[in-house]
Design a protein around this ligand. Sequence first.
Ligand code: ADP
Length: 543
Amino acid sequence: MDGVQRTTAALRVRALSVRVLDPRVLQSCFVGMLVLTLLAPVPFTGWHGFSSATIAALALSGAGLALVLIVTPEVTDYRPVIVAMSLAAYATIGVSLLGPDTGTLLLVVLPSLVFARHLGWTGVAVTGLGCTVLTTVPALVAHHDQDEIVRQVVPAPLVSMLAAVMVVVWFEVVRDLRKQAQSALAELELQRRTHEAFVATVDVGLLLLDLDGRELVSNRRMQELARLAYPRGIEHGEQHMRAADGRTVLALEDVPRVRALRGEEFDDVRIWVGEREAVRRALSVTARNMVDEAGRRTGTALAYQDVTELMRASAVKDEFIGLVSHELRTPLTSIYGYVSLLQERDDLPPAAGKHLGVVARNTDRLQLLVKDLLDVTQTVGGGLRLDLQEGDLAELVLNAAQSARPMAEKAGVMLDAVVPGPVLAAIDRVRMAQVLDNLVSNSIKYTPRGGWASVRLSRDADDVVIVVRDSGIGIGEEDLPKVFGRFYRSAQASELAIQGAGLGLSIARAIVEGHGGSIGVTSRLGEGTEFRVLIPALVPVAV
Ligand code: ADP
C-alpha cells in the first residue's frame, strides 16, 4: 500500500499548493517594485527627475505597508485588507503619474492580478473601475495637454482588466484541475481501503515484493505463516521449509519466495513450513510477476494457500490404499495358485472347468488392480525406485505391440508399430514396458471396433519420442488436464462402462518423470487421442 499512500500524499500537496496570499507579502512586493521603478533611472538621470509626485507616491506606499503590517495580524479574513490595499496601490500609481513620466504605469497590472485572484470575475470589474478612477483620470487631469502621456494612460484600465481576465481564467482551470485531483484522490483512497479490506479478509497468505525483495504488502495470514517458516525473522536466515514429501529440507534456491524473485512464475508448488510436526502446515504456493505499463517487471506477487488438511487426508488415503492392497495380495496369490492347480485336473466336470476359467480371469484382473494400487502408493512421496540402465526402446515398443496384438484382434482394432531401428536410452526396462503396455492397451481399450491404434518411436534433438495414437472415443477438453490424476476416469469411459480404475496413467507419468522425461496428451472427442512421451536420449544428435 506504500505506493498508493505516496501518490496520495503527492497529489494532496499539489492540490493544496495554491493558497490565499499574505497581504504583507503582497504589499512588500508592490512597494519593492514601485521603489525599483522610481529609483532605476537615478543612476542615469540623477535626482532631478525626482518630483514631489514621486516622493508622495513613495510616502503613500510606505504608509500603506506600515498600515498593512499593523492591520494584518489583527484580522482573520485577509480579503478586505487585500481589496483596500489594491485600491490604495492604484491611488499610489495615480499619484506617481501626477509628476513627470516615471514608468510606474506598468505597475497597474499588479493590483489587477490580486483583484482577479481574490474576487474572481467581480475583481475584473473592480480592476477596471479602480484603475480608471484612481489612476487614469488623475493622470488625464494632470497631463491633458501632453499627448504622449495621455496615449499611455488611456488604455491602462483595459490592459489591467485583460490581465485580470487571464488570471481569473487561469485560476478556474487550476480549480478544475484541483477538483479532478481531489476526486482522483478519493478514488485512490477508496481503492486502497478496498484492497486493504480484501487482503486482510482472505484466508490466503498474500505477499507483494519489489525487485529487491522488500515487502510491499503482506497480510495477517502471511505474517502467521512467515512466523512458522522463519521463527527468528527472515533476516536471521534460519528457515523451516520442506519439500512436498515433508522430509527433504528445501534448498535456498528452491524457496518459492527466492524463485519468484528470480522472475519465475508457478502454480501449486507444495511446501511444508514449521519446525515442529504439531504446528507444521502444508502450503500451495502460486507466483506471478508484476509489470508496469511498459511491461517492465516491477516485483512479484505470491499467494500461499494452506492445504494441510488436504495433504493429511491424501496421506491417510495413500496409507489406506497401501495397506489394503498389501493385505489383498497374499490371499489373491493363494486363490490364483489353487485355481491354477484345479484347472490342471482333467477329472473336472465341463461346467466346473468353465466356472474356474471365470474365477481365473477375475483373479487376474484383481491381481492387476492390486499391483496398480501398490504401484500408486510407491509413486507418491518419491517412493518410486528405478533401475536405470542402457536399453533399447525400439525393442520394448515392438514387445508391447506384440503382446497387445491378441487384445487388438479381439477388439477388432488394427494395431500398428513403427520403430526406426535400435534407439538407446537410460531406462528401467520393466517400468518402461509398464508405461508402453498401459498406453497401448488404453489405445485399444478406448477405440471402438473397426478403428486403429498405432505406436511410433522416433528421435528429436535431445529426446526419444514415443507417440501412441488411436482413432477412439477421445477425451473431452475438460477431462484432458485431469487424466493423469489418480483414480481419474473420463466421463466417456464411465458412460461406456469401459473397465479401469484410473490408475495406469498416473503411474505412467510417475515412471516417465522418474526417467527425467515428460508425458503429454492431445485429444478430440469422438476422433481419437495421442499420448506423447519424451525420454532423454543417450547420445544427442544434431538436427
Ligand atoms: P484406466 O484404467 O481407467 O484406463 P488410466 O489411468 O490408464 O486408467 O486412464 C485414465 C483415464 O483416461 C481413462 O479412464 C480414460 O477415461 C482416459 N483415457 C486414457 N487413455 C485413453 C485413450 N487412449 N482414449 C480415450 N481415453 C483415454
